[in-house]
Write a protein that binds this ligand. Structure first.
Ligand code: DSN
Length: 419
């Protein structure tokens, strides 16, 4: 391994130095983007392995190329572990990431023009849940539902039932990227059953929290299909899982390959297998429990220091702050100020945001990555204070310098796995 790095440093120093620069950045700052994490050293090894070299179109035991002795081993292990972790009947582990993972489901069951009920982007849904700018939003008829931000983000299920009866969706989809609450899967299932629709949950953000047993698993409420990326709270490499009941397995597999993708990324599947092995260990439950405790502690500190949180709090790992209402600055400026003090967040649209997506009214943050570094409630309190102080004093450069130094000294005490 050392020899490989030496070769890279000698033969392509620009790339080598950018990688080393990223290592430094990851070590010296606090990572609060809720969809990011630090993967395991074992995953970095698997992901950088010779499986990068191998084509493996098809599935274990039925491939289109020779030389599959070891690809079959890792893909079968990844599938078996995914089924165990998520308590489901079938797992496809080949989706290259979140967007193809969701596209594969739509393309398996829908014809152009068919209707899907999905969450509105500004209320927490994802681009691939039918945002008008996405290709899927153009091919299929996504009908978007909203949350009630002033009622702890609850969804109005009577209204959803009415809309479902009117629009006759083929898929009822729940899932989110910026919704700080949990879902009432039973109610989604009732809506879907009333109109004969398939139930689909995209749990990408909370996949690790479901795996760790601290958030509800949609399969326990009779859901048909669950998708999750593998690199967020699960701590794996960048990939996607499509999990389903056996009755949908053939359609899903055909849709992923050959319908949508060619050769699966076997090096990533090796990393996914390792990740899922870790998720089955008792330590992973401890991690998931701490991630949620940290989110509660951070949310409380933020609110005590003047931050207005969308929906008034959090039930998962994530918070969305309305920075315009709280600190008089938009999300772009808030993100910049926090970058300036080595705290990484992302600008975020808020429900029915009057501002455009590149200058929205809020920021989004979460605790999976900080928890991976061993930070607990006391550290969250400290981070929440630095964060709100920086936003309140965003024009005081000397004060921001002071916070940045403190953040970097603090971070040096919490090693980043794999670096
Ligand atoms: N980019 C991911 C997130 O940050 O939530 C979703 O695609």
């Amino acid at each position: 391994m050392e020899a490989n790095w030496k070769l890279l440093s000698e033969n392509d120093p620009e790339i080598y130095h950018a990688i080393k620069g990223e290592e430094e950045r990851e070590k010296k700052g606090i990572e609060l983007i809720p969809s990011e994490n630090y993967t395991y050293p074992e995953v970095l090894a698997a992901n950088g392995s010779v499986f990068t070299n191998k084509y493996a179109e098809g599935y274990p035991g039925r491939r289109y190329y020779g030389g599959q002795d070891y690809t079959d081993v890792i893909e079968k292990i990844a599938m078996d572990r995914a089924k165990q972790v998520f308590r489901c009947e079938h797992a496809n582990v080949q989706a290259l990431s979140g967007s193809p993972m969701n596209q594969a489901v739509y393309l398996a069951f829908l014809k152009p023009g068919d209707t899907v009920l999905g969450m509105d982007l500004s209320h927490g849904g994802h681009l691939t849940h039918g945002a008008p700018v996405s290709h899927m939003g153009k091919i299929f008829n996504f009908v978007r539902y909203k949350t009630q931000p002033d009622a702890a983000g609850k969804i109005d299920f009577e209204e959803l039932m009415r809309v479902a009866k009117e629009t006759k969706p083929k898929i009822v989809l729940c899932g989110y990227t910026s919704y700080p609450r949990d879902y009432d899967y039973e109610d989604f299932k009732k809506v879907a059953d009333a109109v004969g629709a398939i139930t689909m949950a995209d749990v990408s953000h909370i996949g690790g929290l479901i795996a760790g047993g601290v958030m509800r698993n949609p399969f326990d409420y009779g859901f048909d299909i669950v998708t999750t990326t593998t690199h967020k709270s699960l701590r794996g490499p960048r990939g996607g899982l499509v999990l389903c009941r056996e009755q949908y397995a053939k359609d899903i597999d055909k849709s992923v390959f050959p319908g949508l993708q060619g050769g699966p990324h076997m090096h990533t599947i090796a990393g996914i297998a390792v990740t899922l092995g870790k998720a089955l260990q008792p330590e992973f439950k401890t991690y998931a429990v701490q991630t949620l405790k940290n989110a509660k502690a951070l949310a409380e500190t933020l609110m005590n220091n003047g931050a207005q949180l969308i929906t008034g709090g959090t039930d998962n790992h994530m918070m969305v702050i309305n920075t315009v209402a709280s600190f008089g600055i938009d999300g772009k400026e808030a993100e910049r100020v926090l970058d300036r003090v080595s705290i990484t967040t992302n600008k975020q649209i808020i429900p029915d945001d009057p501002n455009p997506p590149l200058r929205p009214s809020g920021i989004r943050l979460g605790t999976p990555a900080a928890t991976t570094r061993g930070m607990k409630e006391a550290e969250m309190k400290q981070i929440g204070e630095w964060l709100t102080n920086a936003l309140k004093n965003h024009q005081n450069e000397a004060y921001l310098d002071e916070i940045k130094s403190k953040v970097e000294v603090f971070c040096s005490k919490y090693p980043v796995p794999g670096i």
